[in-house]
Write a protein that binds this ligand. Structure first.
Ligand SMILES: [Cu+2]
Length: 150
């Protein structure tokens, strides 16, 4: 007798729970909708400080490694008028290399020097086009393209 009454109570609770659960479901989505628009506000605050970084587009820097008589980079892509700095690392001990760009107005280059040595070359090319960069000692094996976009 007590078991039966217990079962009835459990059934009654389950029915009550199911019936009561129906109405909260319709109310639940409302708070989520109001909470969502608040999140995009935070990224806007962090995005603002990035805008002053625009001058970076006027200058670009690359590291080119010369090792085993090869450049580790075959293509450099820059913009016309952009100041380009190439840091050239000659890692071939006792082997002479340099970094030379055959630009529209002549060659721009570092001195030929035995490795290991690190050299820096800074230049600006105003005329868009595709130019070669080479090592003057090994122009057939150490060669790549400098693409200057307009
Ligand atoms: Cu070389």
């Amino acid at each position: 007798m007590t078991r039966l009454s217990t079962i009835l109570v459990v059934i009654a609770l389950v029915v009550a729970a199911c019936g009561g659960g129906a109405t909260p479901e319709t109310q639940a989505p409302a708070p989520q909708q109001t909470a969502a628009p608040e999140e995009p506000a935070a990224p806007e605050e962090t995005a603002a400080p990035e805008e002053p970084a625009a001058p970076e587009e006027d200058a670009v820097a690359f590291v080119v490694v010369g090792e085993r008589i090869r450049f580790d980079v075959k293509e450099l892509r820059v913009k016309a008028g952009q100041e380009v700095t190439v840091t050239f690392e000659n890692r071939d001990s006792g082997v002479p290399h340099n970094f030379a760009v055959q630009g529209p107005q002549g060659i721009i280059k570092t001195d030929i020097a035995n490795g290991p040595v690190t050299q820096t070359l800074t230049f600006t090319i105003d005329q868009p086009g595709t130019y070669q960069f080479i090592c003057e000692v090994h122009p057939t094996s150490m060669v790549g393209e400098l693409i200057v976009e307009g």
